[in-house]
Design a binder for this molecule. Structure first.
Ligand SMILES: NC(=O)C1=CN([C@@H]2O[C@H](COP(=O)(O)OP(=O)(O)OC[C@H]3O[C@@H](n4cnc5c(N)ncnc54)[C@H](OP(=O)(O)O)[C@@H]3O)[C@@H](O)[C@H]2O)C=CC1
Ligand SMILES: O=C(O)[C@@H]1CCC=N1
Length: 275
């Protein structure tokens, strides 16, 4: 990495916060990382890394970090933001990775002058292959945007939006998306079992997982679009065509995913109204 960041405070170190942390630690570009979370257990695996410090409560953080990443559940945010009021300044950038909570919500809790951006990362950030959707408040400078770009592109691809609503729609695709992929692996394995493949489920999952990884790597290396590679597998009047007539037919995968994404967006809108 050709740059270093001085101090980042991560609030909440669960599934998403922990994935970001692991991704950042691989790159070794942050001088001091403070993890603010009540229980030491969630931080223990990282404490042997000497630039990581556990802070049980924000009142015990005696410096103003360059950046505070809010990675707690949306329902927890409203209860904790008052404790972060004292960090609001031109020097400290707040980044929320929480689904559904709007910039307006943060301004209501932290004041109109808070420097806030919303990011929607995903868990493959842990291995540097994440996707982060980002929206910055107009109050943010070019320097702030560069900071966010450096922080989040260290763990994968970054896509900016001007329209905050895109964080919900795009988040329903790339933020939730790893769960859809894992569900696909589970479902295909269970379908194989139901259709008579005589192996145990664990063995089948291993075959399916390797097939998915092989397909993704092939897609990446071939330089061809997914549709072309799909057609290369699909022999005229062959087996794949018979399957795809059902899987990708009317009321098939596209329609199911459209309904699923719409449900996720609706849920984000409901959660945005929670206190
Ligand atoms: N999971 C995902 O794939 C994604 C999640 N997000 C967003 O990330 C956020 C976190 O989700 P996720 O990581 O899944 O949730 P988790 O429940 O796994 O993590 C939340 C963490 O917050 C900690 N916590 C609870 N109370 C406090 C507090 N007062 N101060 C600091 N930390 C606290 C919890 O600690 P303890 O374990 O001790 O209770 C827990 O480790 C959510 O807002 C979600 O919308 C965004 C994109 C993807
Ligand atoms: O399920 C959720 O609400 C969070 C947001 C995106 C992924 N997980």
């Amino acid at each position: 990495m050709s740059f270093t960041l001085k101090s980042v405070a991560l609030v909440g170190c669960g599934n998403m916060g922990g994935a970001l942390l692991r991704g950042w630690l691989r790159k070794k570009f942050i001088e001091n990382i403070y993890i603010i979370t009540p229980r030491q257990e969630s931080v223990s695996p990282y404490l042997e890394t000497n630039n990581v410090r556990w802070i049980p409560h924000p009142s015990q953080l005696d410096e103003k970090p360059e950046c505070i990443i809010l990675a707690v559940k949306p329902q927890v945010l409203g209860q904790i933001l008052d404790d972060y009021q004292r960090f609001v300044s031109n020097e400290t950038l707040f980044i929320s990775v929480a689904a559904s909570k709007t910039k307006k919500f943060f301004k209501t809790h932290l004041g109109d002058h808070v420097k806030i951006a919303r990011c929607m990362p995903n868990t493959p950030a842990a291995v540097g292959l994440g996707v982060t959707l980002a929206v910055a408040d107009p109050l943010l400078s070019a320097q702030h945007r560069l900071y966010i770009k450096q922080l989040m592109s260290a763990v994968g691809l970054v896509q900016w939006f001007d329209d905050e609503a895109m964080i919900d729609v795009g988040g329903a695709v790339t933020g939730c998306g790893p769960a859809y992929v894992f569900q696909f692996i589970e479902s295909l394995s269970e379908a194989a079992l139901s259709c008579g493949l005589k192996l145990d489920l664990e063995n089948i999952q291993n075959l399916v997982q390797t097939m998915v990884m092989g397909s993704m790597t092939y897609l990446t290396h071939s330089g061809k679009p997914a549709a072309v590679l799909r057609r290369e597998v699909t022999s005229l009047h062959g087996m794949t065509e018979a399957a795809l007539n059902i899987i990708a037919g009317a009321e098939g995968l596209t329609e199911l995913l459209t309904k699923g994404i719409a449900a996720a967006v609706q849920r984000a809108q409901e959660m945005s109204n929670d206190k």
